[in-house]
Design a binder for this molecule. Sequence first.
Ligand SMILES: Nc1nc2c(c(=O)[nH]1)N[C@H]1C(S)=C(S)[C@@H](COP(=O)(O)O)O[C@H]1N2
Ligand SMILES: [Mo]
Length: 407
Amino acid sequence: MSKLEQHTGTRLTRRALIAGAGGAALAAPVLAQELGRMIDLGLPGGPSLRPLTPAFPGKGEMIVQRIRPPLLETPMEVFSQGTITPNDRMFVRWNWDMPTAVNAAEHRVAVGGAVKQPVSLTLDDIAAAGEHVEVVAINQCAGNGRGLSNPRVTGTQWGNGAMGCAKWTGVRLKDVLAKAGVAGGATRVRFAGLDVPLTDGAPQFIKSIPLDIAMRDDVLVAWAMNGEALPLMHGFPLRIVVPGWFSTYWVKMLSTIEVLTGADDSYYVAKSYRIPAAPITPDDKDFPTVEITTMPPRAFITSHADGAAVALGKPLVLEGIGMGGDAALERVDLVGDGWAIPCELGPDEGPYAFRRWQVTLPQVAGNLEKIGVRAANVTGAVQPDALNWNPSGYARNVIERITLVAQ
Ligand SMILES: Nc1nc2c(c(=O)[nH]1)N[C@H]1C(S)=C(S)[C@@H](COP(=O)(O)O)O[C@H]1N2
Ligand SMILES: [Mo]
């Protein structure tokens, strides 16, 4: 029996084991029958209902995509409540099983590879490595919204709730690297966490970023999320934060930092988490790919769901959130068939944060068919009208459309 079979055999009868700050493990079962009411994610290509449950330790009500390892999605209503996603509502994603306990006192981060002097750092060493820095940044899975792809694509069928925005606190990665000293010829910096594959011979989840990105002033080795120690599910005791980049690079439970001198040929960089180098159609087979890196702009209507009723003849206030991706949000427009109305932007909490928008329509004259919001960032990137379809549904940023029914 493989390790995977051993685990899945007990999957529904054992707990998703989550600890709070400090990292001690809990073990009480989340059973399939405990999962609460169902929510419809509106996925066009397959079963669309998912359980909604508050049963995961340390979590508020979350959409269950998978029990173990946990894949939990944030309900869209959370994004109507503010620009910061509370820790207990942040989506959760683990590629392999997550460790259920971490001993902070014994935890070490090994910094090695192309360095002058390999070092093994305690949490205190990391905290003392440099200035403490805070950055508000969106954590978004590269596959966020892929369940909405049409034609359907493979992978977790996320709605748009595999994203959230938090304030992250830590030290600069470059200050941690300086503890070892980056050697000449360095090209990339690779990260590994404490999680290991369930199946023998399967690749470990390791990811690398180019050296110039690693040296940015806002790329962190973070220990806090919204002012609290990272919850175990979100990578206690340390995770990488790369503002503006998809969170596949934000390695959790950081245990190894490795400076590379060549290309990274590891599975999750060279083979997976890649998008077509140029647009393709669903029929295309062999096409060149590039790795997923930065996030494009996106915006969402959070005040109204698809199909919601609005009052005929009355003014209508629409609200939501937008993001610039890897650069500050510049504008959000409400768009329909051949028209666009600029929205007012709320307070600016930094280029990598969610930003609220609002627009008032003076009078609802009839149904609002297939309206959406279109974000643009300061580099000129604008959300497209058509889906950038790719086989894994990565980097979705097509304008999301809803219809409001006048009554
Ligand atoms: N150690 C480790 N880090 C990881 C992963 C993982 O499987 N293991 N998954 C990555 C992916 S694909 C995503 S989308 C984010 C999710 O972060 P969150 O669970 O804190 O929301 O973690 C990233 N970091
Ligand atoms: Mo992800």
